[in-house]
Design a protein around this ligand. Structure first.
Ligand code: FAD
Ligand code: NAD
Length: 491
């Protein structure tokens, strides 16, 4: 970027409005080009720095032209990039444009990693269109299946009303990407209880939606990649099936889907093979689709949601370019968010952090990290251009995520699930049923991570304890004693 070449050759930054804000401010007289396949950008609003590393904010979708209005040196091209020629420093867009860049930041996100992707009764949720398609199909459904045990599945099983949910998970306990079995146990009663909390009415539309269906009868959304949803994505959606009850969730643990049958196939197999199993539930209706699980059970349902993680969206950029990819398929970036290809940076879901991380930070594909990486990548681009050195941003010192599951505030800090720690670590727990669940991960007397569910008010103190690695051996179990005002000890 910072080109001295006149238009139509632009300085450019690909996607990430966050990087753009920073670049546009740093270089007000230069052209910054934002190339995006989506007509909307995500804007962070109501940003609140909760503590040193914890941040809370809303994500709103706004027309991308808003950026142009606010920053006259940003130009938005609303078209997907179909090819990158890194040697020539050129990108080619679907609408036939080509642009030369001096420095480029790739922020094209990730795609849902769907199981049985080709099956028209399997759908994923990533952007506003796929969420809208999901809502439309749910409105006609009596029973759906949810496969996966991470963020989306946790949110769905709690939010869906008036529809039976068959939840198939590979693990013993729910929520494996965020919780251990103890926290899962704490949360489970919320799934069986009638939902007393009424959702607070959405004061504004955060996500704009337009319906999109692939073909008659099938449920999958059209294959175009919009901007990923963020916190509270289900606010403003009506996640209700055809029935009048609140929750009805049946969990099948330790299993995966082995095979999917369409109704005709299932009927045929029932007719021709006497030993072919019947629907394992009480409800023997004929369903549009059936899933056979690895535990031998078969369940019919209206459709299946595959909430089975994401894969970095690198495909449009690989051909002819020598990117080094991480094990998870993302573009490897160093501590300056620089990829393995000259003048190309990457941030957010598309990248794989490949620097030596702080002992209490790990990458997770989250909005929080996408925001921090976008901001930091822009700072690195500026520093590179000016020939200045730059230190790693403080936000990468400690993994910190605040979210909400089952209407509880959830704070995750550091190695909250003892990820990658040796076996000599210990766990300390405090739990009050229906109110709070506190878990800390200790190693050699030092706090390495924490899970805080409910209004514990402990996040700031624990964040400090993890960051300063103070030896806490002397405090023993008092660390979690509710009668000891732990904040007074350490603040
Ligand atoms: C349902 C759901 C709920 C979530 N909830 C939370 C949450 O509560 N908290 C949290 O922290 N995280 C949450 N996440 C994760 C979070 O949304 C992502 O980690 C974050 O959006 C990643 O940001 P990104 O900018 O890297 O990618 P994205 O937000 O996916 O943006 C990528 C952009 O690139 C564009 N693009 C793609 N390909 C091209 C191309 N070839 N040319 C041009 N443009 C292209 C897309 O249109 C899009 O605008 C959720 C995700 C989902 C799917
Ligand atoms: N509140 C939040 O912070 C929040 C909410 C929703 C989504 N997100 C983020 O959005 C992204 C997408 O969410 P997600 O829930 O799809 O991903 P995820 O990574 O959170 O969870 C994926 C789940 O799918 C399971 N899985 C993978 N392959 C499977 C298979 N073949 N069969 C059965 N299960 C399989 C994994 O064990 C894991 O439980 C993630 O990056 C997630 O962190 C975050």
């Amino acid at each position: 970027f910072l080109s001295l070449i006149p238009p139509p050759t632009y300085n450019k930054v690909h996607e990430s409005s966050i990087s753009c804000h920073h670049l546009a401010t740093e270089f007000p007289s230069e052209d910054i080009l934002l190339v995006t396949a989506s007509p909307v950008i995500k804007a962070v609003t109501n940003f609140k720095q909760v503590s040193k590393t914890l941040e809370e904010f809303d994500v709103e979708e706004q027309p991308s032209t808003m950026l142009e209005k606010r920053y006259p040196n940003i130009k938005v091209i609303e078209s997907g990039v179909k090819q990158l020629k890194s040697q020539e420093h050129k990108i080619f867009t679907e609408d036939g444009k080509q642009c030369i860049y001096e420095k480029l930041c790739l922020c094209a996100g990730a795609k849902p990693k769907l199981i049985f992707e080709e099956n028209p009764y399997v759908l994923g949720i990533r952007d506003t269109d796929s969420a809208q398609a999901f809502q439309n199909h749910l409105a006609k459904a009596e029973r759906i299946a949810v496969v996966g045990n991470g963020g989306i599945a946790l949110e769905l099983v709690y939010e869906i009303e008036g529809c039976e949910v068959l939840w198939a998970i590979k693990d013993k306990a729910i929520g494996n990407t965020f919780f251990d079995a103890g926290a899962a146990e704490f949360l489970i009663p919320k799934l069986t209880a009638e939902k007393l909390e009424t959702a607070i009415a959405c004061k504004r539309t955060k996500y704009t939606t337009e319906g999109c269906e692939k073909e008659e009868g099938s449920v999958a959304a059209a294959d175009k990649l919009g901007t990923a949803l963020g916190p509270d994505w289900h606010e403003g959606l009506h996640l209700k099936g055809t029935k009048e009850f609140s929750h009805k969730v049946h969990i099948e643990t330790l299993c995966e889907i082995k095979k999917i049958y369409l109704q005709q196939e299932f009927k045929q197999l029932q007719k021709t093979s006497l030993s072919f199993p019947k629907d394992s539930s009480d409800n023997q209706n004929l369903w549009p689709v059936y899933m056979e699980l690895t535990n031998g059970k078969i369940y019919g349902c209206d459709f299946i949601v595959s909430a089975t993680g994401v894969v970095p969206n690198v495909k449009p950029f690989l051909d002819g370019n020598n990117f080094t990819l991480g094990e998870d398929g993302g573009l490897k970036v160093d501590k300056h968010m620089h990829s393995s290809v000259a003048d190309i940076y990457a941030a957010g879901d598309i990248c794989t952090a490949s620097w030596e991380p702080s002992p209490v930070w790990q990458q997770m594909r989250l909005w929080t990290q996408a925001r921090q990486m976008g901001w930091y990548a822009a700072k690195c681009m500026v520093a590179d251009f000016l020939g200045e050195s730059i230190d790693m941003d403080f936000s990468f010192e400690l993994f910190a995520h605040v979210t909400k599951f089952f209407n509880y505030k959830v704070v995750l800090l550091g190695k909250y699930n003892a990820q990658g720690l040796d076996l000599d670590h210990e766990l300390m727990l405090r739990c009050t049923k229906g109110q709070e669940y506190v878990k800390v991960v200790m190693q050699n007397g030092r706090m390495m991570g924490a899970v805080l569910i409910g209004e514990t008010d402990l996040e700031e103190t624990f964040e400090n304890l993890i960051l300063n690695q103070m030896d806490l051996s002397a405090y023993g179990e008092d660390l979690l004693n509710p009668n000891v005002d732990i904040e007074d000890y350490f603040d």
